[in-house]
Structures are given as C-alpha cells and as structure tokens.
Design a protein around this ligand. Sequence first.
Ligand code: M6R
Length: 346
Amino acid sequence: AVRRAITGRIRDGRVVLSDLTMTDREIRDIGRICIVACGSSYHVGMVSKYNWERLLRRPVEVCLASEFRYCDPLVDDHSLVIFISQSGETIDTLAAMREAKRLGARVLSMNVVGSSIAREADDVLYTWAGPEIAVATTKAYSTQLVLMDLIALYLGDLLGTIEKTEYDTILHELEVLPEKLERVLASIEDVKYFASRYFNHDSIFFIGRNLDYAMGLEGSLKLKEISYIHSEAYASGELKHGTISLIEPGTLVVALGTYEPLFDKAMSNVVEVKARGAEVLALATEPFKEKMAHTADSVIAVPETHPVVQPSLGVVPLQLFAYYVALQRGCDIDKPRNLAKSVTVE
Ligand code: M6R
C-alpha cells in the first residue's frame, strides 16, 4: 500500500502532485495551516505537525474534527485546512470541512475515491490504499503518513524552506521505505514473542518525545481498540508532572526511542520508570538497540531512516504488537466491540 501511495508521485528526483490544483501563488499565500481529523487520522496529523513545522517553518495546528466544528475556528481565505479521513464519510470531519469552507479556507482532503469529503473538498489527494476492511486502520494510517511527507516536501520546495540535500535525503528514504517496511515485517517473531509475554497486563503506557510521542498515540489507540487493554500515551517530559504516579512495580511501559536527536532523553526516561519498578519494552533504531538494551528489559529494533520518515517504520511493530496481544486474548481483531469502520453519526 505504501509503495502504491508513493509510486507515480516521485519522478526524476522530485515530488509530483499532479492531483493538486493549488497554484504556486496560492501556496505562497498560505498564512495558516490546520490539520483536522479524528482517531488514527488525527494521529497522522500529530506526526505531520512536527514534520511540517520543521520543513515548512510555518505554524501547523492539529485539531480534532469534533472540536473544530464547534470552536468558531480562526481560519480565513489565507488558511490551508487539511482534512484527513480514510473513509471520507466521518461526520465530524465532513461537518468541520463545511465550516472551514464557509469561512473561506482552502480545503485539501486525503481519502478514498468517491467519498463525500473527497467530493466537497477543493483538492483531494488519494492514498490509493484500496479498501480497508478491519475497523482498526493500519494501511490507511501508513499511506496517509507518507502522503503527508510528500506534500511537505512539495510545499517546502516551493516555499524555499527545505535545503536541497535534506529534500533529496527524505525523498530517497521515502523511495526505499517499502523495502525497509518489508524488513520490519520479516522480523515479526520478536513482536509475537513480546505479545505473548505481555498480553495479560491490565494497563500499558506508551512514552516518547517529539515524533515518538505522536507515534505512541497511535500505538496506544491501536492496542486499546483491539485488545481492550487500558492504555495511554504520554509525552515523556510530562511524566514528572503527574503521570509517573501511575507507575508501580510490574507496570508495562512501552518506551519509544526511535527519534534519534532525543535518544538520550528517551533513555533517561526509561531509567526513571525503571527506578519505579516498571517493566520496559523499548523501541529503538538498529544503531541504538544495544545502548537501549543496557536499561530497558526488552528492545525491538527497526531500520534507521531520516527522522521525518522514522514514524512510518516505528509504527509497524506497534500495530503488530496490538494485533498479537489481541490475538492472544482471543479478541475479534477485525471487528472490535462497540466500534464501526466509519463513524457517520455524531
Ligand atoms: O475514516 P476516518 O479516517 O475519518 O476515521 C477516523 C477514525 O474513526 C478512525 O481513524 C479510527 O480511529 C480507527 N478505526 C482507528 O483504528
């Protein structure tokens, strides 16, 4: 799915978004960027906020669609509002989009062909992920994420906010991402083993900083959604501001340390929770696996890539962990209780 989302959008070392009708002038005129979505699509927005602000040097706000639609949003005709929705039918996202359009914003959506949101948006970028049957999204999340990276490169190039070498590196890493994802999928045994070791915990915390925090939000949602284990994701820096009181001997903490610029900080948070008796399952990039293993109880490693692209690799073991934990607990993975694939009522 990721290969399909990328293919055709990279040509001769450049991002080509022929489906985008915004003119260069309209792009240069953007004053404010908002990303509006629900659930996992919102989490794609959370990752993209870090990446877009870094690459575009513009403030990017991420809003829950259910909040945006009623908050009298500050958007106008210099705003670009991006609506991410796999189904394109989520009622809150659709209503939020109508509100943004009413206020004059330029509206870009990302979804499947022929949906209500796609029909009403000014611009649509399709993920080409194909239909997703399971309620819990995985391939939609992953394809939305790479598409957001491609848009950031496209806009950053046009706005002159990305260095050429960085542009080339990120683009190359996106091109080789499918192969790296295959490597992650080939090392599934590790994840299966940890799932069988930890599946009967009552409560699991995900901690991380920056892109790891944003990625942890999705890891945590996936786990609670299909395994029914209580789970929360926290920005590690917030631990001392309250959350750490929840850590007691044996609490499972999934410590995310794939964002290499802050790896040492991630390590010190592992030390902190270990000191309170937590059992730590860590995620790190291959070059940092050994270092992490000195402190964490167990480590899953993923291939290294550019930090902007790293969450696309890191999220896969988290998705698989949720899957195997749910399997161990005998849950109906494709159709978790109380949930529907597309939320068309408020
Ligand atoms: O179709 P959408 O992307 O608008 O759906 C939004 C959420 O309902 C959805 O991402 C939900 O959180 C997933 N089922 C989680 O796996």
